[in-house]
Design a binder for this molecule. Sequence first.
Ligand code: ATP
Ligand code: MG
Length: 235
Amino acid sequence: MVLSVRNLQANYGSLKVLFGVDLDLGEGETLALVGANGAGKTTLFSILTGLLPAAQGDVQLQRRSLSGLSARQLVRQGIAMVPEGRKLFPSLSVEENLMTGAYAGRPGPWQLDRIYELFPTLEPLRNRPSPALSGGQQQLVAIGRALMANPILLLCDELSLGLSPSAVDTVYAGLRKVREEGVSMVIVEQDIARALTESDQFACMRHGEIALSGVSRGADLAAISAAYFGEKHHA
Ligand SMILES: Nc1ncnc2c1ncn2[C@@H]1O[C@H](COP(=O)(O)OP(=O)(O)OP(=O)(O)O)[C@@H](O)[C@H]1O
Ligand SMILES: [Mg+2]
């Protein structure tokens, strides 16, 4: 197991947001995390990256507990995130943005030349200020920056938000290559059909819980939609 999450609970002040989330992810696997607005997907990522402390529960990376580690320590352990909205440093060039991802100093294959090999469109833009790039190109920089940390686990939040269909295709073509390199991933994606095609497993969150999970290939879209929108099934 690369990632195992057990009974994870989280609060924002007195507001309870996660109510006991369990997840397992094997080496090289991709998990698609879907769910409506406010379901708790980003909150889960905030805990996995040390931005929010868990109220209860445990997270293990390669069977080692991560409890109490800071954001910086978690990057050093091998967790990197592509945050929603990319959050590039606007005053830095493309290449400087990529370099910020390497600060944890983890050894591994993901160096600048590998990022430019993965996303050839970025190389001629390397000295441009990041705001001069299109949204799709900026997303590639954000993915590249996270890869520069040489993660074991890559968390991707809403990669396709606001991008053109062709930019989304480019993003996922890149991620497929990353997957082939054996990086485990959790991707949050609004487009359920896309989420299923790009993943091995899926988990559908609703109101801070995993409402449904399973294998992506051949998954029942109607059942996922039902879990997503919260229709109640009484057996
Ligand atoms: N910083 C915060 N302070 C207080 N409440 C928050 C904060 N961030 C999120 N919440 C609340 O926590 C719940 C879960 O939000 P979260 O952002 O994790 O959902 P999400 O599944 O990522 O949704 P979206 O699809 O809109 O990104 C929501 O009710 C949200 O309003
Ligand atoms: Mg979110």
